[in-house]
Design a protein. Structure first.
Length: 263
């Protein structure tokens, strides 16, 4: 397996995938529409049915995504750290062309984009188990898919930050979900820390886009268009507001505290 992955990384040509995405990124719109339709149809279909347990399937699902995210983090994070250690590393990490990244990072960035389709499966478990489906969940899945597919077509520079942050957070998040599906009692501070990391990811996302915008406004070179900056700012700002509301509702609202006291 290690040999096959290493061989795939060395032979990977991002230009071929970028060309494919430039011609086919609109498929993300069709996939998103199918996703939203399936949510409505699935909830309608489950309305008169008993919920499915699916604990074993859910455990395997979360474990697979956790292992995938951990492997990806180990491949892409070291390169970003090395880049930040360079002179003007912060600038280079946000504005220098992603054409300079290693084949390994380019390979895992491509898998990152494709994984956003796979992760839509998270919602299927919620619908089939008749759990509450909050707006944050499906909005996040939908917009990340649209943004990543559209962005890969232009291979924007700040993508290295978005890829690394998302892989890192998902490594922890899906590991946590795996333990929960195994009915392991995870201490509340750990759950809060993971949500806090998700929030920090949104803060960094906004910060990266603001830095890119300021650099371009001041006449500097930055390998991202104004169009992508505007999209990124809107997306990450909306995520921040939704996640901070979720954080409050999950851990600090009176309704949540009363419910936990009654357990």
């Amino acid at each position: 397996m290690d040999y096959l992955l290493d061989n795939q990384e060395k032979q990977f040509d991002y230009r071929e995938k970028q060309a494919w995405m430039s011609q086919n990124w609109h498929w993300s719109i069709y996939i998103t529409l199918a996703y939203l339709t399936s949510i409505y149809a699935g909830q309608l279909w489950m309305r008169q049915r008993q919920k499915y347990d699916l604990r074993l399937s859910l455990t395997l699902w979360n474990l697979t995504l956790a292992v995938f995210s951990i492997c990806a983090t180990l491949r892409v994070l070291p390169e970003l750290i090395l880049l930040l250690q360079m002179d003007n590393g912060w600038y280079h990490s946000i504005c220098s062309s992603c054409a300079d990244v290693s084949p390994a990072s380019a390979f895992w960035a491509w898998l990152f984009v494709l994984s956003k389709v796979v992760e839509l499966g998270d919602t299927a478990f919620i619908v089939l188990r008749k759990q509450p489906l909050i707006f944050l969940h499906w909005y996040h899945h939908m917009t990340v898919l649209l943004y990543t597919w559209h962005s890969y077509a232009d291979y924007i520079a700040p993508a290295r930050w978005f890829v690394v942050m998302n892989y890192l957070v998902h490594s922890l998040m899906y590991t946590y979900y795996t333990l929960k599906s195994l009915r392991v009692r995870v201490p509340k501070p750990i759950a809060m820390a993971i949500t806090a990391l998700q929030l920090s990811q949104m803060v960094v996302g906004v910060g990266v886009n603001v830095y890119a915008a300021l650099t371009k406004y001041q006449g500097g070179n930055c390998d991202i268009s104004w169009h992508h900056i505007q999209m990124g700012l809107c997306m990450y700002a909306s995520y921040f507001l939704l996640f901070i509301h979720f954080f409050y509702q999950a851990y600090f609202s009176k309704r949540t505290l009363v419910a936990k006291k009654n357990l």
